[in-house]
Design a protein around this ligand. Structure first.
Ligand SMILES: [Zn+2]
Length: 520
């Protein structure tokens, strides 16, 4: 009869809001499958996973035990029930379904007649979705009829051979830098080789913005505002955008299962499609994501704490620190917290209470501090000649690649019995220590002050712009502040409460090299 899938409240809400399309998953055991339900379980699992890739969700699962299918008139009960559900748009339990997903067409179709009946019921309503492991199919289009009929007459053994061939082919094509078969990819035209004039440039800009410290949330909002949609025609989510940026294909590299495809010498294979960013840019993006994995990114780009906090809403969150001297004469330097002052409708920066490690000894009105710091930083950045640093390579890259190669060579040698346990483990340990150190350096390099300089031109103009396409948003502004400043130390004020900028101490970064006017 089929089973209703238990969904979380969140998933139900997403269906209601139209963010997930509810579909039925169909699975079938045929006579040469294993004796238990394993085959079916796997098919259901794959269906659920694949559905989510398309923004769908399996809400109902049908399965048929078809082991006696050699008899010509065996009835597949769930298949028939599913056809009825398609006719009504709902299962017998009243669960709405707006599509069907199967692992492979040969699970759905036994005989050509099945296919015709299925398509007929399916297309009774508009806008339904269908997919198998090869991707989404438009069952409303004409040529799909013949495709399906073809599929039904190909014997299963044959289709299995074809799939294996396809898999091997996939690897070989990758090694040759050929475009992978399959769906069109966001950023390129239908041929998957030529950069898409709009989306390709959007990726390029997003990459540069991201390297310069802009958050994926903020870039996602820009894309939504501009009406940039996924190849499936959906709005971008933060995670979808992150996937686009993380994928090495944007710089022309190829990966399979998250690993770069390399030649025998360990150099990445360069694909035949247009690169949208430089390899150096992609490496920076990759390093930033890796450094952030599961972490909150702190105000100086360092990672701190677990994910789950929201993005800072104020300009100097994490940058403003307390300047009150402690008993021993050293400064408190605790990060200021934000407090809202309803009387003035503004935020204050103030030292944490003692229980949080602060001294509760300083507080300052937010807008005045923000304005002063903004002016000071803009003035500083304007002094910096706009030198382009996007193509500065990290000098340790070769060393790191070399260590990785040695490690893998060592493992190969060990596996073939060429070296002793003692030598192997000792060498591996020292290589791993070195790799960790180098990767730490790489992260620091990427996250350090060289980030945001790419767009020094017109910062001031964009800082105060009204046009949302031009204006810097908070995450970008904060990136510029972090580029220029370690911290803003707020010294205690006397009585009276007038804002006095002399009590703000800007701790500039040394790395921004400000050329002297005389030299320029
Ligand atoms: Zn303090």
């Amino acid at each position: 009869m089929g089973n209703t899938v238990t969904l979380t409240d969140e998933e139900l809400d997403m269906i209601k809001a139209g963010l997930l399309i509810p579909v039925a998953g169909y699975a079938r055991i045929s006579k040469d499958d294993e004796k238990d339900r394993h085959g079916v379980k796997d098919q259901h699992r794959d269906n659920r996973v694949n559905a989510r890739k398309y923004g769908w969700i399996v809400v109902y699962e049908y399965e048929d035990n078809d082991r006696s299918a050699s008899k010509p008139n065996v009835v597949r009960k769930d298949f028939e029930t599913m056809l009825v559900a398609l006719r009504r748009g709902r299962t017998t339990e009243g669960v709405e379904i707006r599509g069907v997903i199967v692992v492979h067409e040969d699970r759905l179709i036994r005989r050509p007649g099945d296919y015709e009946r299925f398509v007929e019921e399916f297309t009774l309503d508009d806008g339904r979705v269908y997919a198998d492991e090869q991707g989404k199919k438009d069952l409303y289009s004409d040529d799909v009829e013949t495709m399906g009929l073809m599929g039904a007459v190909i014997s299963k053994a044959e289709s299995r051979r074809m799939r294996k061939r396809a898999r091997n082919n996939h690897r070989r094509r990758a090694a040759e830098g050929k475009v992978p078969r399959g769906k069109p990819r966001f950023g390129w035209l239908e041929d998957k080789i030529t950069a898409h004039p709009v989306n390709g440039r959007a990726i390029n800009k997003a990459a540069k913005d991201f390297i310069a410290g802009r958050s994926t949330a903020s870039i996602t909002l820009e894309w939504r505002r501009k009406g940039i949609l996924t190849t499936e025609g959906n709005q971008f989510k933060q995670q979808t955008l992150a996937l686009v940026l993380k994928n090495p294909r944007i710089c022309g590299y190829r990966s399979i299962n998250g690993q770069l495809v390399c030649d025998e010498k360990g150099n990445p294979i360069v694909g035949e499609w247009d690169a949208l960013v430089t390899p150096a840019e992609w490496k920076k993006i990759d390093a930033i994501f890796k450094a952030r994995r599961g972490k909150v990114v702190g105000p100086s780009g360092e990672t701190a704490g677990e994910l789950g906090l929201r993005e800072p809403k104020y300009l100097l969150t994490g940058l403003a620190r307390c300047g009150k001297p402690k008993a021993d004469g050293s400064l408190c330097l605790t990060r200021h917290r934000i407090t809202w002052v309803p009387k003035h409708s503004w935020h204050n920066y103030s030292c944490q209470p003692r229980c949080n490690g602060g001294c509760a000894g300083t507080a300052r009105q937010g807008p005045a501090v923000d304005e002063f710091v903004t002016e000071a930083v803009l003035a500083k950045l304007e002094e910096v000649t706009a030198f382009d640093v996007t193509d500065v390579e990290w000098e340790g890259q070769e060393q790191l690649d070399d260590r990785y190669r040695r490690l893998s060579a060592l493992k190969t040698q060990y596996a073939s019995g060429g070296i002793s346990d003692g030598f192997f483990f000792e060498t591996v340990r020292s290589l791993e220590v070195e790799i960790d150190r180098l990767r730490g350096e790489q992260r620091k390099f990427v996250l350090s002050g060289q980030q945001a300089l790419t767009t020094t031109a017109n910062i001031r103009e964009r800082w105060f712009a009204d046009d949302p396409d031009v204006a810097l948003d908070l995450s970008q502004k904060r990136a510029f502040l972090r580029l220029a400043l370690h911290a803003v130390v707020i010294h205690p004020a006397g009585k009276g409460g007038r804002f006095n900028p002399d009590l703000l101490e800007l701790r500039w970064r040394k790395e921004i090299q400000v050329p002297s006017l005389a030299a320029a």
